[in-house]
Design a protein. Sequence first.
Length: 454
Amino acid sequence: MSDEAPAPPAATARDAVDKRSWRNLNETLELDTRLLGMLVALAVIWLGFHFMSDGKFITSRNLWNLSVQSTSIAVMATGMVLIIVTRNIDLSVGSLLGLLGYTMAVVQTDGRISLFGVDFGVPGLKGHWYTWLVALGVGLAIGAVVGLLQGSLVAYIGVPSFIVTLGGYLAWRGLIFRTGENKGQTLAPLDSTFRYLGGAPERSLGEWKSWAIVLVVCAGIIVTTTLTRRRRQRHELPVRPAGVHIALTAAACVAAILGVWLVAIKYPSPVSGEPVGIAYPVLILLALTGVMTYLARRRRFGRYVYAYGGNPEAAELGGINTRRVLTMTFVVMGMLCAISAAIQTARLNSATTNLGVQNELDVIAAAVIGGTSFSGGIGTIPGAVLGAVVMQSLRSGMSLLNIDSPAQDIVVGVVLVTAVAVDSLLRQRRRNAVIGALVVGVIVAATVIQTGRP
């Protein structure tokens, strides 16, 4: 009687080899599979809406508008990543955006500074070249104070973030009606320089400035990837083969050049007929994405945030001041809300009491769709930005198809639940069930879109 184990079936052995080969290839290329999957999903969404709208979606005009419309949610999503990574949530971002936007508008239209309903008149503030800077500074300061307040209640008092920010969701919206002496009236027009923050065809970089930005971005990609490679070599960590490194860097630069050419340069201004170029809010988003990514990956604060999200008890035992780290995530979130509020009010050239309504849902959805896990410790800044683009692409495409608003909300809800389900299944390593969840989500969303068309 032989003691040798039976040979595995040929199919099983072949599957094992295929999985090992894919894993080795992925380790060699060092690709972010989540981000790559998001790019594939975004391409499918764009192509689907392009064909369904008879070629109206993938046009320079629509993509330029899409890029501008995505910035406000994307800016806040970069901060929401850090909040969710620490196993918390912030439901107050939409209401806080409305309060900060209204406050900045009061500074510009009335020359008054309002702090939590208490107004301070400043003689000579209104109508000067620096008025918009004062307004932006006031918004950033109040956003930081609100973030400090909410973060301290969560970190030092121990109140759950859901309750704290739910209270903020109600309180900050109510304070809008006690800001200034306008009783919630619409405030307009705003400072002409301030309006550049909102983006408009006549208030963009233009052709040659946009190409200059592209050159700076490409140089940044080359320098960053090269320094990262050398740093890994210095610490004797595995690196990509030189050919793969050069190919991926070149592909990123080509994608940046083609994207700017297709979206910004090919879109002629309705006023002058000249190339519009990159909008200022998009430039702000690119800068913030770089800063937040550097903060999350290269600075001690970012490492502490992810360490806390991965295991709060171990992080505290390891000597990390977890309460301060948690508080600072809310401070950063408050300041990002101020920047987002400036973008929205500048784009509208006015401030209203319903500014930012339901933005908190879009921000959370963007972060989760971008790969941020509610279990903590997992999430990337570029993924959240891409998630915001996916969200806005869905809304923009459905608007082109004249889908009614209730159907749009249903589709966004389906996409959000599907993203969370996929994340949960991936953590459970049930990869076969992931495909099923994606198929069901796509079928349900497509059915709602089809039935919502006039």
